[in-house]
Design a protein around this ligand. Sequence first.
Ligand SMILES: Nc1ncnc2c1ncn2[C@@H]1O[C@H](COP(=O)(O)OP(=O)(O)OP(=O)(O)O)[C@@H](O)[C@H]1O
Length: 298
Amino acid sequence: MKRLLELKGLSVAYKDKQVLKDLSLQAGEGEIIGLVAPNGTGKTTLFHVISNAIKPSSGSVSISGHTYQSEKQELAIHKKLATFPDQSELFEGLSGMDHLRLYADMWKGSNDHLAHITATLKMDHYVKKKVHTYSLGMRQRLCFAMMAAADTSIMLLDEVMNGLDIENVSIISNQLLEFKKQKKLIFVASHLLTNLDLYADRVLYLKDGHFIHELTFEEQQADFIKVELDEESYQTLLQEHQLPKEHFFIANRLLCIPTAHLYQHERAEWIEVLLRYKGKELTIGPLGTLEYYEKFYG
Ligand SMILES: Nc1ncnc2c1ncn2[C@@H]1O[C@H](COP(=O)(O)OP(=O)(O)OP(=O)(O)O)[C@@H](O)[C@H]1O
């Protein structure tokens, strides 16, 4: 996999508030990377640093070997990178198609792909109308279409699914997988956690200024015995059994026991024990984006 982006030791503070602290990352072509954290943690700040809208107090950003050290290199980076527009940046008096042409001209230098984009994103019935007539979801789809029009090799997508209904979330999720096939590097900062399980190659958890965990979907993931329990049943269970020390109880609702350290007969015994408690559902499998989120921030 060809490396497209390298972040080294990034730190950012707003006055006395340290938001990023010695954050590093490498990412390559054909990757979709989910970026998750509660509101106000620093996801947008990180995107601003990658796109050079904010200068870090220390550390460096390197994109395809270019850094932001000269105007020439900055220009070379900006040809490769586009940031998801905020709805407030749309021009109310222009049509969706005008916006797409603008982005296509600025980055790709051709309009040939626009008809395909509007058809795929089901925008043909409104894209020629002016933006002031659009609903929230129509505007959001336009913002996404603008990224597709730019067609850059790196895309920073902040809250890309905001305000979209199920059908449009699905259309855009599929489109992200198309981008992956085209070897683009896509970052998706999102609060729609289970949606990330559908297309992300890895999910990064941001806390205290850096990544505290990376969930990788490509490799074989560790399995857990997972059971939905209320706090009271969990406490009873603790009193009555010596639970494996590697277990954890997520967000006061989900007991997880890793199976890696258990022999086959021990797994069967634990399943039998757990089924006797007031559990709602018992499953065996890896943890998803949401479950790790609750573990780290719950
Ligand atoms: N221009 C600024 N001046 C001062 N503080 C700022 C500025 N921009 C962001 N912050 C602070 O930095 C922290 C991180 O903000 P940021 O917008 O990066 O978080 P986020 O993870 O993207 O949040 P959200 O999920 O709400 O979009 C917050 O505490 C915010 O108040």
